[in-house]
Design a protein around this ligand. Structure first.
Ligand SMILES: [Fe+2]
Ligand SMILES: [Fe+2]
Length: 179
């Protein structure tokens, strides 16, 4: 049987996969809420079509993890009420600062998600080929989202904002893996 790369002291493979699915499910939910928050403010702006397209992809990602959570009986994160509110608030608040701040938020979040999926893909090694190809596909979408936001000025937003959002996203990942 193909196995994951494991270090001494790591939880069992089954537990590690469950954690991956839990955190990814939470992350895609948070992403959906961020884009919904952006659309609540920027739904009639020039960026609306791009944001809507990204939001639709996050819905598709979320649906895939919803299915995985059910099929594999993974306990979803207990923090989804928090991500429901925090994701939307983050998307809406940055959008209220303007389109560039909203795009800076997207760049920051998608950069963290790109690295996160990359780490999971590496950790899987030869194990779980189907899950791995899902992660690879979604990671490619997240990179596209990052690039779309960059093309809309996402790299010119306020740096402290990007750093705070990245720190928050990493904390959300850490928490959703465990809780
Ligand atoms: Fe996604
Ligand atoms: Fe995304």
């Amino acid at each position: 049987m193909r196995r994951m790369r494991r270090l001494p002291g790591d939880p069992s493979e089954e537990r590690q996969i469950a954690r991956m699915i839990r955190v990814d499910h939470a992350g895609e939910y948070g992403a959906k809420r961020i884009y919904q928050g952006q659309l609540a403010v920027l739904g009639h702006s020039r960026a609306a079509a791009d944001i809507r397209r990204m939001a639709d992809q996050e819905e598709r990602h979320l649906a895939a993890f919803d299915k995985l959570v059910r099929e594999r009986r993974v306990r979803p994160t207990a923090l989804s009420p928090l991500w429901h509110v925090a994701g939307f608030a983050l998307g809406a608040a940055t959008a209220m600062l303007g389109e560039r701040a909203a795009m800076a938020c997207t760049v920051a979040v998608e950069e963290v998600i790109d690295a996160h999926y990359q780490r999971q893909i590496e950790a899987l090694g030869d194990a779980e080929p189907e899950l791995k190809s899902t992660l690879e596909e979604f990671r490619a979408n997240e990179i596209e989202h990052r690039d779309t936001a960059r093309a809309r000025g996402g790299d010119t937003g306020p740096m402290p904002l990007s750093m705070a959002i990245k720190a928050g996203s990493r904390l959300a990942i850490w928490l959703s893996t465990r809780i």
